[in-house]
Write a protein that binds this ligand. Structure first.
Ligand SMILES: N[C@@H](CCC(=O)N[C@@H](CS)C(=O)NCC(=O)O)C(=O)O
Length: 207
């Protein structure tokens, strides 16, 4: 059976768990990372030298990097389905937002989240939060025109682009920060929340 290593309050683990629900996949999950430790144990490092979560084991195959895991699971369990389109240009459109999530959106969102959720109040870096908020807002604004004209990032249906970005839009709306009105983004967030897997794994209390 598919095994997923990772604590459920990790955004990168959330994506994988949500996708499993979307695809109806059975799996076994093992807590690792953060307070659960394990990631620096030699057997874990042999699977994932980054000492990070998530990691999956599918039979004899081991994989880390959350967005690569999403692509792998969709290829194996939903070949040709709209969630990860077969058409090269549609696939590239979807993958570009996944890459952008890791490269552009993740750094400012991490700064805001870690300061406001995982750092004691007297040790928060408010200047860093303010700068990161501006950067993150500019990122979300790039998605707004798309979401104003279509229900999901790549068009009419949910794709891996939505799955990769989903955990972060919840944080964007749940964190105690100022936010510019973005009706397309809010409507998309509402649509994601109506999906059981998203509500179960991603739209949860931030810890
Ligand atoms: N680019 C990696 C990042 C993995 C990562 O940094 N995961 C965080 C949790 S979101 C982690 O493992 N932190 C250390 C820990 O939980 O012990 C991915 O997308 O999988």
């Amino acid at each position: 059976m598919l095994r997923i290593w990772g604590r459920t309050n990790s955004s990168n683990v959330m994506k994988v768990l949500w996708l499993c629900d979307e695809l109806g996949l059975a799996y076994e999950r093992v807590d690792a990372g953060g307070p659960f430790g394990r990631t620096r144990d030699p057997d874990y490092l042999a699977m994932n030298p980054n000492a990070a979560v998530p990691t999956i084991q599918d039979g004899s195959f081991t994989l880390w990097e959350s967005n690569s895991i999403l692509r792998y699971l969709a290829r194996i369990h939903a070949p040709g389905r709209a969630i990860y389109p077969a058409d090269a240009r549609r696939a590239a459109d979807c993958e570009r937002w996944m890459d952008w999530q890791l490269a552009s959106l993740n750094p400012p969102m991490t700064t805001i989240f870690w300061n406001l959720v995982r750092t004691p109040e007297d040790r928060r870096d408010h200047a860093a939060v303010a700068a990161a908020r501006d950067t993150a807002e500019a990122c979300w604004a790039m998605l707004e025109p798309r979401l104003a004209r279509s229900p999901f990032i790549c068009g009419e249906g949910l794709t891996l682009a939505d799955v990769a970005l989903g955990p972060y839009v919840h944080r964007w709306f749940a964190l105690p920060i100022e936010r510019k009105e973005m009706p397309g983004l809010s409507a998309w967030y509402g649509r994601l929340k109506s999906r059981l897997g998203y509500a179960r794994w991603c739209a949860v209390e931030m810890t």
